[in-house]
Design a protein around this ligand. Sequence first.
Ligand code: GLC
Ligand code: CA
Length: 516
Amino acid sequence: MDSNGDGIGDLEGIRAKLSHLAWLGVDAIWLSPIFPSPMADFGYDVADYCDIDPVFGTLAAFDRLLAEAHALGIRVILDWVPNHTSDRHAWFVESRASRTSAKRDWYVWRDPLPDGGPPNGWVAMFGGPAWQLDPRTGQYYLRSFLIEQPDLNWRNPEVVAAMHGVLRFWLDRGVDGFRIDVIHRIAKDPLLRDNPPSERPGPGFGGQLHVHDENHADVHAFLRGIRAVLDEYPERMTVGEIDPRIPDDVAKYYGRGDELHLAFNFNFLRARWDAELFGREIARFDAVVPLEGWPDYVLSNHDVPRHASRYDDPTHGEARARAAALLLLTLRGTPFLYYGEEIGMRNGAIPPERFQDPLARTLHPKLSRDPERTPMHWSAGAGAGFTTGEPWLPIAADAPLRNVDAQRADRASLLWLYKDLLALRRATPALEAGAYRALDAKQGVLAFERHQPASRVLVALNFTGDVCSPGLPSARAQAADHTRAGAPLPANAAELELGPSEAAVLIVDASARAHG
Ligand code: GLC
Ligand code: CA
């Protein structure tokens, strides 16, 4: 939400919508980076970790937002970017000034090879070699992402201390935690060995097996240090972004309850709309998260196409978005919602001259993340209620029909389904914290149980295009949410019927626990 008509969302805009978020029932908001930045990568290139970019507001505006969010029971999570800074950060400006600069070793500098080439064959995730020659001192610096995003050297204790200081700066101000950007990249092979080729060798990022430029075992010691800082404060949390290439590796980042509180589970982001596939991904993550940890689930974020578009299908698109919501909000794990998914926002169409994401330029126009970043639809009318000015990205064409105002007024809307499910989740111990158990189901149906000693829930999703009875165990149903508004509550779970792409969650008699 843009409060001042410059077309860009800002802190005052978010503050104006806090009461809506409280109405919806969210527990916390995560803001992508709001720190001063040249915006080469939309804030993921931080020029000062301890201030607010004027485009988003001021520290005073942030303090107001935080205080009002807390008064409404909403926590605030910031996005901390430890792997790299902006090339305009004062640390890098000093580091690059000379080979003898006091901050030279805060970044990763190396001499060219005898032939003048880069120190090794690592490639940047956002295209090109991972090394950038800096003519002033004749050395290369490491950049895992854009040229404008030099990697910090976490092996230098001064960097660790400075970055811990950043965490304390915000924790002292009262923030509730951090989403941690690409945490698996802060530790690399100290010998800078080359990566072996992947099964599909080639010049791009996918052409290598990333065994040396990320995910180095030392990352866990760095994380324990980060966790120790968080643990100086009561009730704070971290959620780390780890590249999902090896999904089971993600679980290592929980440590023994002494590293991340949550490691992002991106398994759904790559799963087709398929009951067996979803069932496998759930079982897999549920099994690898250590006892001291806690799972989480994600359907959409700012880096991938929106799930309403991914699961779109000429006949069942809308129903699938509803079923996906029911799944996300009934699983054992913290659900992450991406703004707009609660009204079923789809990817916007971006004409090439309006591209903002650098990936359109450095990789391929098709890899632009702009389509999933279009402004939120608050209301019908010009600017979708997001801005009175020219929005930074075009507003998606369906905004006049698909918006918060329209859906708040419609009890059968997707927005109300999210609200109802969030409320049900909060009111039902088995949904909040109960164990997960897959149930046998017909092909094309995903069914599971969540249970606690005194609370039991059955969930079924019909991934097919036909009417079906999922065959849930016999149990007296006491309450339910169905993706078809107004669907009757079956007296017995075994009698549940689901239409195409429909899903239901049934609160059932806790005494009659199914076995098998
Ligand atoms: C993470 C962010 C992404 C950003 C990248 C580099 O993957 O989610 O948006 O471009 O890190 O910081
Ligand atoms: Ca603004």
